[in-house]
Design a protein around this ligand. Structure first.
Ligand code: ADP
Ligand code: MG
Length: 263
């Protein structure tokens, strides 16, 4: 399958409340199925707000976010379904993103039922294949979310996103809560999916090592703005913005001891 999945941000602003905080402040950005983008910035810089607009969970106060040329905010139900099949999110907090009373199998199966209209039997085959691809024993899926480890639950969250075979995978702090020892394995799975399916990746994290490990393009956010957007080597070794230099220097000082991900 080679349908394109292009998301274009044009002068996007997202402000909260009357005269409130501007979480995203004039961002223009293009990502598609060929992208391997890492979005990095300190906590509160607007990354999750950007992600929520990228996947259609929130909309700009000004400017537009378009998927294949159509404003996501203006999409009709059929267009939204096609968009959700193409662009999938692995959210920040797996504890709250799973229903505690439903099995993990129910959770991973659900996108196939809702978006593809598959029945349980057909969907279960696809669920098992996706779980195996992520190194998860399908038997584990009969458990409830709190009955597996944090690392396993994160893989189920990734499985729930990948089960519909998206063209663009968006990960918001997808490994930040995991031990460094398992981060590398999860990142490798994400990279492999994108390589094998020709899918794009938008990987968002406050941590530079994980971001630089999966991305070949780095976008740096600072106070709601994109202050740098370029090839990874250029951003890491010839940053243009003072804030990027601060980020890279901080990583050089501490990165070897904590949060460092094997290359
Ligand atoms: N729903 C909301 N209502 C009010 N303020 C918000 C809301 N969501 C995010 N913010 C604010 O926007 C800023 C950016 O938040 P966020 O996008 O979560 O940053 P990051 O993911 O980089 O940590 C923060 O100051 C946050 O408090
Ligand atoms: Mg965030």
């Amino acid at each position: 399958m080679s349908t394109s999945a292009t998301v274009q941000f044009s002068d996007v602003v997202r402000a909260f409340g009357r005269g409130g905080h501007t979480a995203v402040d004039g961002v223009s950005l293009l990502v598609d199925e060929t992208s391997r983008v890492g979005v990095v910035g300190e906590s509160g810089s607007g990354k999750s707000t950007l992600v929520r607009m990228l996947v259609g969970l929130d909309h700009p106060s000004a400017g537009t976010v378009e998927f294949n040329g159509r404003s996501i905010a203006a999409m009709l139900p059929d267009e939204l379904r096609a968009f959700r099949l193409a662009v999938q999110l692995v959210a920040q907090d797996t504890t709250s993103s799973f229903d505690p009373r439903r099995t993990l199998r129910d959770a991973v199966r659900r996108p196939l039922e809702v978006l593809r209209g598959m029945d349980v039997a057909a969907a279960d085959g696809a669920v098992d294949a996706t779980l195996r691809g992520l190194g998860l024993d399908p038997q584990l899926a009969n458990r409830l979310p709190h009955q597996v480890s944090g690392g396993q639950r994160q893989r189920f969250a990734i499985a729930r996103a990948l089960v519909v075979r998206p063209r663009l995978l968006v990960c918001d702090e997808a490994v930040s809560a995991l031990d460094v020892s398992v981060q590398g394995a999860v990142l490798n799975l994400v990279k492999r999916y994108c390589r094998e399916h020709g899918a794009g990746l938008v990987f968002v994290s406050h941590g530079l090592p994980a971001t630089a490990f999966v991305a070949d393009r780095l976008v740096v956010m600072h106070r709601g703005r994109v202050v740098e957007d370029g090839p990874r080597e250029q951003v890491l070794f010839r940053p243009e913005h003072a804030y990027t230099r601060t980020l890279v220097d901080a990583h050089r000082r501490t990165g070897d001891r904590r949060g460092s991900v094997p290359a």
